[in-house]
Design a protein around this ligand. Structure first.
Ligand code: GMT
Length: 375
């Protein structure tokens, strides 16, 4: 069987959609597919040479009449040129805006019969950005025009159908975790470095946007730390960071909260934690919660969104309303003060993440989709 040649476009920075796209490309390449990343910057997990992986940089020329360089057009050009030169079968774009629009233009230039577009919806492209009045019609258009559309959760599929009133078939293909990299067991000495007196460790990782509901992270931690010795690790950076620092200082928690900034190798830090907190206002999937589960860390996650596809409340983690601070505190305390319950939750979490959401299982689903499209 000939393996498909796939072009992948994503946001190359630390966001979950970029992580999923990059990991998918790496797994496809290991499987024998030629994978061509087309992006403005090398995705951060691709920094070493790897067989079957190619990178095509999209330049953004500056010109005096441009107020803003038209990235969407430059991307479409590199997509179409790469598709012709490398005989790509599929352009798989992650995040609809503007990637699916560029892919649409590229396919028009190359020929509809020669190139297929797969658009994977990740969340904010539908729940936030896509609903901006200036983007709404084009988001709906590119969803309709893609040869296949996937969403990372049932929640996101339903939201897309509801908001865009589309009848386009949307296949749910969940995010996945590489359970060989994300696994229990912290590096020797690392847990002691973060919790020198043997305190419990809570962890939150995100891009520190409003949607992540950071005030709740700090409130939950404050209430937990008042009842049991604990520390909080905050990973990531973003616009809400100054407000979080202020809240932490205001509550007198400065010496119990550690800000680690961007951490590329999340799998090295996650296993030190007891609990992962993700109380977002909504979260289409919550990849970091799945990665935490694979490391045997118990997730306490928002119930608004798609996390219910992989978290069973009280069995392998907890789902709580993002405003239910007391409920999240109670869930954390159950994990931290009842060793038997903690062991069962963590073990179940690790098993479920690796079995149903492990990379090999989800990779097969994407390959089957490409196969169907290419006939
Ligand atoms: O969470 C973000 O703000 C980043 C965003 C992205 O595009 O990287 O994350 C979205 O896609 C991730 C990967 O599929 C999902 O795990 C996140 O839940 C989703 N974010 C939201 O829905 C807020």
């Amino acid at each position: 069987m000939r393996m498909p040649k796939v072009g992948i476009t994503c946001y190359p920075t630390q966001g979950g959609s970029g992580v999923v796209a990059t990991e998918l490309g790496l797994h496809l390449a290991r499987h024998g597919c030629a994978v061509h990343f087309i992006s403005s910057q090398l995705p951060f997990r691709l920094r070493a040479y790897r067989e079957n992986i190619f990178y095509h940089q999209v330049e953004m020329p500056q010109y005096p009449v441009f107020q803003h360089s038209p990235y969407t057009l430059s991307l479409a050009t590199v997509m179409s040129e790469t598709a012709v030169r490398e005989e790509l079968d599929v352009l798989h774009v992650h995040y609809a805006i503007p990637h699916a629009a560029s892919a649409f233009l590229a396919r028009e230039m190359v020929g509809r019969d020669r190139l297929k577009i797969v658009t994977t919806l990740h969340g904010t492209d539908i729940t936030l950005v896509g609903q901006e009045p200036t983007f709404f019609p084009i988001t709906r258009f590119v969803i309709e025009q893609s040869d296949a559309v996937t969403a990372v959760s049932n929640f996101l599929k339903d939201e897309t159908e509801r908001v865009f009133e589309t009848t386009r078939e949307i296949e749910v293909i969940p995010n996945f975790v590489d359970a060989r990299a994300f696994r229990p067991g912290a590096k020797p000495g690392l847990r002691e470095r973060f919790a020198p007196a043997g305190e419990a460790l809570l962890l939150h990782a995100s891009n520190f946007r409003k949607v992540k509901n950071l005030p709740a992270v700090v409130q939950v931690f404050a209430a937990v730390a008042a009842r049991t010795p604990a520390r909080l690790l905050l990973l990531g950076e973003g616009p809400e960071l100054p407000a979080v620092r202020e809240q932490v200082d205001g509550l007198g928690l400065t010496d119990r909260v550690e800000f680690l900034g961007h951490v590329d190798e999340l799998q090295e830090v996650l296993p030190v934690a007891d609990v992962l907190l993700l109380p977002s206002l909504h979260e289409s999937f919550g990849l970091v919660a799945l990665e935490a589960m694979a490391c045997g860390v118990v997730p306490v996650v928002t119930d608004r969104g798609g996390a219910g596809d992989f978290i069973q409340d009280g069995i392998n983690g907890f789902l709580r309303d993002p405003e239910d601070v007391d409920g999240m505190v109670a869930a954390c305390l159950e994990v931290l003060t009842d060793p038997e319950s903690r062991h069962q939750l963590a073990e179940e979490a690790r098993r479920d993440a690796a079995a149903d959401f492990g990379a090999p299982c989800v990779l097969k689903t994407y390959l089957a989709l490409y196969d169907r499209l290419l006939g």
